[in-house]
Design a binder for this molecule. Structure first.
Ligand code: F6R
Ligand code: ZN
Length: 190
């Protein structure tokens, strides 16, 4: 990672973000999640396998400005979740707790529509709407997953503590309490 310095300190930096499209310039980290990386996440495993066999498309992407993964720093970026369903289940991110579980996160939705699903280790659940202009505060201890219920990409800007880390393993084993489906054109959380 190239960190510029001024004197004894990391230099401030600026980057361009098109808030209409979510296109971010100057990202250092780019993650692509294809259908094949989502095995075990969706209820309809056969439907996922047929999407994989059909070309294994990218289901979502993350663009981040990397900073030192240290207390006090903030990681910012864009999450872009494409529209679609696996069977009837809306495309979603893997979802995770933060490894440092007492760190929170802020999501600002720039476009699209869906939900941010959240859950705690105690089994509490929350689903808050995501659409342009919604800011969701994810408090410490809440695992979080984006779900796209619309027909265009769900694009969000996020900020979280750079030392947070990501714990995917617990969600892989616990699941997320509820799933979001499109049934006969209606979105249902069940
Ligand atoms: C970072 C964060 C988001 C997600 C992104 C992809 O802490 O919450 O940047 O990483 O929306 O979701 P996951 O990481 O669950 O695959
Ligand atoms: Zn997070």
């Amino acid at each position: 990672m190239d960190i510029e310095r001024i004197g004894n300190y990391m230099a401030p930096f600026v980057f361009d973000l098109d808030v209409t499209t979510g296109v971010m310039k100057g990202f250092k980290n780019h993650i692509e999640r294809r259908a094949s990386s989502m095995r075990g996440y969706y209820a309809d495993e056969a439907a996922l396998e047929s999407i994989i066999a059909g070309g294994d498309p990218i289901l979502y992407e993350v663009f981040e400005c990397t900073v030192p993964e240290l207390y006090g720093h903030l990681t910012v970026g864009i999450s872009k979740l494409y529209p679609g369903t696996v069977g009837q289940e809306c495309f979603m991110t893997k979802g995770h707790y933060h490894q440092v579980i007492e760190t929170g996160e802020v999501y600002l939705c720039l476009g699209g529509s869906g939900y941010l699903l959240m859950k705690t280790k105690d089994g509490d659940f929350s689903a808050l709407p995501m659409e342009r202009g919604k800011v969701v505060y994810v408090p410490p201890s809440w695992a979080h997953r984006s779900v796209n219920c619309g027909n265009v990409p769900l694009v969000s800007f996020f900020v979280y503590n750079a030392e947070s880390g990501h714990n995917y393993g617990d969600i892989e084993t616990e699941g997320f309490i509820k799933r979001v489906f499109k049934r006969d054109g209606s979105v249902v959380i069940e």
